[in-house]
Design a protein around this ligand. Structure first.
Ligand SMILES: [Zn+2]
Length: 215
């Protein structure tokens, strides 16, 4: 069996969790999906998981579940290796009107969401995403609503949603506030007939749209 990652022809000799295990407290991992991955795509991805999770939790505040996952999954790592992770997150932070603004490494987010999208598509369509697709991501929490370019882009997303999702996934038990840690909906044509859009949502509030455009 080949690796789940788009365009990779290596053998899938390792097991990769979709979404990553690092996002879920004990007791909520049994429902995660797995795909076969080559060692390269498995290791490349795990480096970004904690980084992305930390930023999502910071941006999803005051979600109770985000705070809970931050405490359980991120805090124990902050002081590891002489505060290395804490220093990396804080590097370049600037005070602003809302408190403190932490800069985000978009490449690391893109790598993470490309891998996650490849995994969801592999599970949903039982086949890796063909190389005729280009993948791009929109991070709604990191964009300004006042930016005309962003408004245009968000209006264009609507054109990618046609009808009900072809697949949807829910991960993490809902708590009293009914927030799930992560949900994803896939829109478009099954069988790689055209563009595909994936609507990701973390803690019911942090939204990312992945646009898989067919050329
Ligand atoms: Zn691979």
């Amino acid at each position: 069996m080949t690796c789940y990652y788009q365009g990779c022809t290596s053998k899938g000799t390792t097991k990769e969790h979709i979404p990553p295990k690092a996002f879920f407290p004990e007791g909520e991992r049994d429902q995660l999906l797995t795909v076969r991955s080559c060692p390269h795509h498995n290791n490349a991805k795990s480096n970004d998981d904690l980084y992305v999770l930390a930023h999502i939790c910071m941006n999803a505040s005051p979600s109770n579940r985000a705070r809970e996952v931050w405490e359980a999954k991120v805090v124990p790592q902050l002081s590891f290796n002489g505060d290395k992770f804490r220093e990396m997150l804080a590097a370049g932070a600037k005070p602003n009107s809302d408190g403190v603004k932490y800069p985000v490494n978009k490449r690391r987010f893109d790598d993470f969401f490309t891998a996650l999208s490849c995994g969801l598509i592999y599970k949903s369509q039982k086949s890796p995403l063909p190389t005729s697709y280009r993948i791009g991501h929109i991070y709604h929490a990191f964009t300004s609503d006042a930016d005309p370019a962003v408004q245009l882009l968000e209006a264009a997303i609507g054109a990618f949603y046609s009808g009900p999702p072809i697949d949807s996934f829910d991960f993490g038990k809902p708590n009293l506030q009914n927030e799930r840690i992560y949900t994803a909906e896939i829109f478009g044509h099954a069988g790689f007939g055209g563009h595909i859009t994936i609507a990701h949502c973390f803690f019911g509030t942090f939204k990312v749209t992945s646009m898989l455009s067919k050329f």
